[in-house]
Design a protein around this ligand. Structure first.
Ligand code: SAM
Length: 276
């Protein structure tokens, strides 16, 4: 696999900074590390998106691709459910971590290096594709959306999420959001999170979320997201993913968390179907 020119920086950045490494630090014990990360992801981030978006409810043995697997949060999840899981990521580091985590946990799955812009599988291969928080980071997002459609079987389903321009990330509300955030950051004594206040635009804000040097992070409103997936049948779309754990006075799983996840979620989750 050769990444496109635009993706050289993408590979470099994500290979040096695999997802969650900025917060959870280097991996010393892979089993313990995955337990920590997976607990945060499933308890907090995917709490309400799981039902209806991530849990495809397929039969054991159904073929699933985790596209842009990172350190394998979803690879492990679907492998535990009994799917026949394949996973790709553009960086060697993510492939190494995801693969070794499967081995450490006694799970099955085929993890390989590959780009969502040129998925290394034949047409019509997969019953399901999960592609969470990936295609907004790549050079050619439209190509990635088309590639996922290509490898899905007719009638197959995909969950693809992209950064969502919720109302707080519109020009109108962005200044108010930054003021509120600066108060919350001070009250929660969130060291290191002041970096968000440097963001001058909503685009910069989501880019900084993944690290100061993240090369690409595109933001979509609902109409732009629908347009991106125009060749699919859109079954459902909902905002989710709110990192409530950084604000110590709100309870993970509480009503405030639910409302923030549902109305101020940083990603929009699309449940899509390939027309038969
Ligand atoms: C924010 S992480 C999400 C990882 C994982 N899907 C998750 O939810 O935990 C983004 C991942 O996308 C990968 N990525 C970026 N561009 C890619 C591409 N063109 N093809 C495959 N993976 C890509 C990065 O290497 C990184 O691991």
């Amino acid at each position: 696999m050769k990444p496109g020119k635009n993706n050289e920086e993408v590979v470099h950045y994500w290979d040096s900074n695999p997802i969650h490494s900025i917060e959870f630090g280097p991996i010393e014990d892979i089993t313990e590390y995955c337990r920590l990360v997976d607990d945060v992801r499933w308890d907090e981030h995917e709490r309400w998106a799981e039902k209806g978006f991530l849990d495809f409810g397929g039969d054991p043995g159904a073929k699933l691709l985790d596209a842009g697997c990172g350190i394998g949060v979803f690879t492990r999840y679907y492998s535990k459910k009994g799917y026949e899981v394949s996973a790709i990521d553009i960086t060697p580091k993510a492939v190494e971590i995801a693969q070794s985590s499967l081995e450490a946990l006694g799970l099955k799955g085929d993890v390989r290096q590959g780009s969502v812009e040129k998925i290394p599988f034949e047409d019509n291969q997969f019953d399901y594709v999960c592609c969470n928080g990936v295609i907004h980071h790549t050079g050619d997002t439209e190509k990635a959306a088309a590639e996922i459609l290509r490898v899905l079987k007719p009638g197959g389903r995909a969950m693809i999420s992209v950064y969502y321009r919720n109302f707080l990330l519109t020009k109108r509300f962005f200044p108010l959001m930054k003021t509120t955030l600066s108060i919350l950051i001070r009250k929660s004594k969130l060291e290191g999170r002041e970096k968000f206040l440097r963001a001058e635009t909503p685009e910069d804000f989501v880019r900084i979320y993944d690290g100061d040097d993240t090369p690409i992070a595109n933001l979509y409103n609902r109409a732009e997201g629908d347009h991106l997936f125009a060749d699919y049948k859109i079954l459902a779309a909902e905002p989710h993913y709110f990192p409530i754990r950084f604000f110590k006075f709100f309870k993970v799983g509480g009503l405030v968390h639910w409302a923030l996840d549902r109305y101020c979620g940083t990603l929009i989750y699309y449940l899509l179907e390939k027309p038969a």
